[in-house]
Design a protein around this ligand. Structure first.
Ligand code: GLY
Ligand code: MN
Ligand code: MN
Length: 427
């Protein structure tokens, strides 16, 4: 595979910094351009040949975030309507970035955007940057200069009732116009790469988790009867934002009393009463990475004996499954263990979801769920028991890093057992 060209600084043009006044897109956050370059390189090594396209999100706002695959490979959080092309056998431009057209009045409406040139190459770290309007012709040129007419699909493996992804549609459109073009399925490369986190990435995820742990602690301190779920949610938000978060990683669940056992309760409006519990499944997003933590708190600071009994069953399932976490263990084994403990405690029908999922750029992150766990993966462990007719629902969720010989609980600092929670709330 030829070396991808790397843009070089010149005496008059230096690499722009994130947040520069010229609107030049650069990777944001702690992860530098070299890491994104290494990821693209590794991905192209695994592709071997052919041409792949990864689109960015069509629009980006406070509620619509960048496409995770595009971000993983570029670090460009704010570039909407763009496309990354990877062509490992291209003789000159293995990496190509297409940015949306520059409208002359864009600057007035959306902030300044730069004309293309060396500064944009240096900012994005990609040596061939062009406009989206040129992509059809330049893609054809790339196909003609490759050894085979092979397109590579890197998007997700989807069920038949989901919309056909933009990437797959594009590859099919090319195929319908150029003879002998084939499409190769490489949909497992990015999920595996993305699910194995290196040290830089783990450090960023730890920040997202630390922000979330602090937010849960602040919520525990603030919680009292008469408060609304919404007020409590504001405490989470304020604390997470003070750590640099700008968004929750998913729709937060702050469910008290009868909302304890509604898995996807997101109204978060009820007034909380003495004697009830509130289940808080709230995670910050920080630098595009997700944290995902759940605790169930007694509104008045003390659990009833019955609430504690159920909390302890969940804790037993949590302990037993977290202790199993190490490379080679499968999701089936983990799920079976939690199910077995909760069944034996007599709550077979009161546990109605699976034990956990991969965590990364997305809260329910990509990863090969049918394969044994590997070092560098971060997963959630989140057993729960929900006794609807008693308005008691408990879930405990932590974020666990799989290491070479076991695991590290990245959210260890947050009180977990019923006794620890009571002690913290009394302090
Ligand atoms: N908060 C979503 C989940 O726990 O999976
Ligand atoms: Mn989760
Ligand atoms: Mn959760």
């Amino acid at each position: 595979m030829p070396e991808a060209r790397i843009p070089q600084e010149t005496p008059n043009i230096k690499a722009p910094k994130p947040g520069n006044d010229l609107g030049i897109p650069t990777p944001t956050g702690d992860i530098g351009p070299d890491v994104y370059r290494q990821r693209r390189r590794k991905l192209m090594e695994q592709m071997g040949s052919g041409i792949a396209v990864i689109f960015s999100a069509d629009t980006i706002s406070t509620t619509q975030r960048q496409d995770s695959n595009f971000y993983y490979l570029t670090g460009l959080e704010h570039e909407a309507g763009a496309a990354l092309v990877l062509a490992p056998e291209h003789p000159r431009f293995q990496e190509q970035l297409y940015l949306r057209t520059l409208e002359v009045e864009d600057n007035r409406w959306h902030g300044i955007r730069p004309v293309l040139g060396r500064a944009v190459e240096l900012g994005t770290g990609i040596a061939m940057v062009s406009r989206s309007a040129n992509m059809p012709v330049l893609l054809n040129r790339a196909i003609l200069s490759a050894n085979t007419r092979e397109l590579v699909y890197l998007g997700s493996f989807a069920t038949y009732n989901r919309p056909v992804s933009k990437e797959l549609q594009l590859l099919r459109d090319i195929q319908s116009r150029i003879l002998n073009v084939t499409i190769r399925d490489a949909s497992d490369i990015l999920p595996r790469m993305r699910s194995i986190h290196d040290e830089t990435e783990i450090a960023v995820m730890q920040k997202a988790i630390d922000a979330t742990v602090d937010a849960h602690k602040a919520a525990m301190r603030a919680l009292k009867p008469g408060m609304s779920e919404a007020e409590l949610l504001c405490v989470f938000e304020h604390t997470a934002y003070s750590h640099g978060s700008r968004r929750f990683a998913y729709e937060p669940i702050v469910g008290s009393g009868p909302n304890n056992w509604v898995l996807h309760y997101t109204q978060n409006t009820r007034t909380m009463n003495d004697g009830e519990m509130v289940l808080c499944d709230v995670g910050a997003e920080l630098q595009m990475y997700a944290a995902d933590i759940t605790r169930t708190y007694p509104v008045s600071g003390k659990f009833s004996p019955r609430q504690k009994e159920i909390h302890n069953v969940v804790q037993d399932a949590w302990n037993a499954t977290v202790e199993m976490c190490k490379p080679g263990v499968t999701w089936v084994e983990l799920n079976d263990k939690a199910r077995d403990i909760i069944d034996r405690a007599g709550y077979s029908d009161e546990y109605y979801h699976s034990l956990g999922h991969f965590l990364g750029l997305d809260v329910h992150d990509v990863g090969l769920e049918h394969k044994p766990l590997e070092p560098g993966q971060i997963i959630t462990i989140e057993p729960g028991v929900y006794v609807a007719d008693e308005n008691i629902g408990v879930r405990t969720e932590d974020d666990i890093l799989i290491t070479e010989d076991g695991y590290i609980n990245l959210s260890i600092d947050l009180p977990r057992s019923a006794d620890e929670i009571e002690a913290f709330m009394a302090s």
